[in-house]
Design a binder for this molecule. Sequence first.
Ligand SMILES: Nc1nc2c(c(=O)[nH]1)N=C([C@H](O)[C@@H](O)CO)CN2
Length: 149
Amino acid sequence: MSPLHEERAVSLTEFSERLCNHMPDYVEINDLLLRTIIGINPEERVNRQDVVINIRMEADNRPAAASDDIEDAVNYRTISKQVIELVEGSSFLLVERMAERIAAICLEDERVTRAHVRVEKPGAVRFARSVGVSIERSRDDHPDLSPPA
Ligand SMILES: Nc1nc2c(c(=O)[nH]1)N=C([C@H](O)[C@@H](O)CO)CN2
């Protein structure tokens, strides 16, 4: 192999190692406990119940770390307020629909490349601590959203 090709091969190897080893940054909202109408059973349609929401948003945290300016951060307080407004004002039948709508809120911030959302209903099923769903959605799953920043 010529020196030029060997050099290029090394850089491709290094590139793939960096790509495979790159751990994303996250902004997290943990154990957001809200009460809402959620469920398919008649009593769930009239009585509010607890839901526990966990959110992990992939976003490059380095700009905010460098500037120490909240404007450069995905503000978890802003996202939390939007999620609280959605959930407390909703009456979804399934936790899947709630999780999808929460992921869409997260991805409205163009710095968020991927949203991990878990929605749980504590005590909704007898003998289980909680039941629920976990989803991961990227900007590609929402073509109507702007491309990554
Ligand atoms: N995959 C799902 N299964 C079930 C849901 C749900 O939202 N997603 N909901 C129910 C009931 O509302 C249950 O939470 C209370 O009996 C059952 N299965």
